[in-house]
Design a protein around this ligand. Structure first.
Ligand SMILES: [Zn+2]
Length: 94
């Protein structure tokens, strides 16, 4: 089950248990908005870690501001790790 939220220009206005339900709610909102704000209404998957804060998975503000260490290695970490691994491989160092 993927939770999806309906978002407008001010943030999350509705959270649904499925994308279908969210799309249906978004369609209702678009119809109610008389076209002008309809373009601002969109459906996004909710961030699994911060659905309570009504954050979308893409561009979650909580994840962006949270500690980096909790969210897996970055590209830089992989580069560092590969250097370390290379230095540990027997035979490479003379
Ligand atoms: Zn998040």
């Amino acid at each position: 089950m993927t939770e999806c939220g309906v978002f407008n220009d001010e943030g999350c206005i509705y959270v649904a248990d499925s994308r279908e339900e969210a799309e249906a709610e978004a369609a209702k909102e678009r119809a109610a908005d008389d076209g002008y704000y309809a373009d601002l209404i969109s459906v996004h998957e909710m961030c699994p870690d911060h659905r309570d804060e009504e954050q979308p998975k893409d561009g979650c503000e909580e994840c962006a501001t949270g500690g980096d260490e909790d969210f897996g290695p970055s590209l830089g970490d992989y580069a560092k790790a590969s250097l370390i691994i290379q230095s540990l491989i027997p035979g490479i160092r003379r």
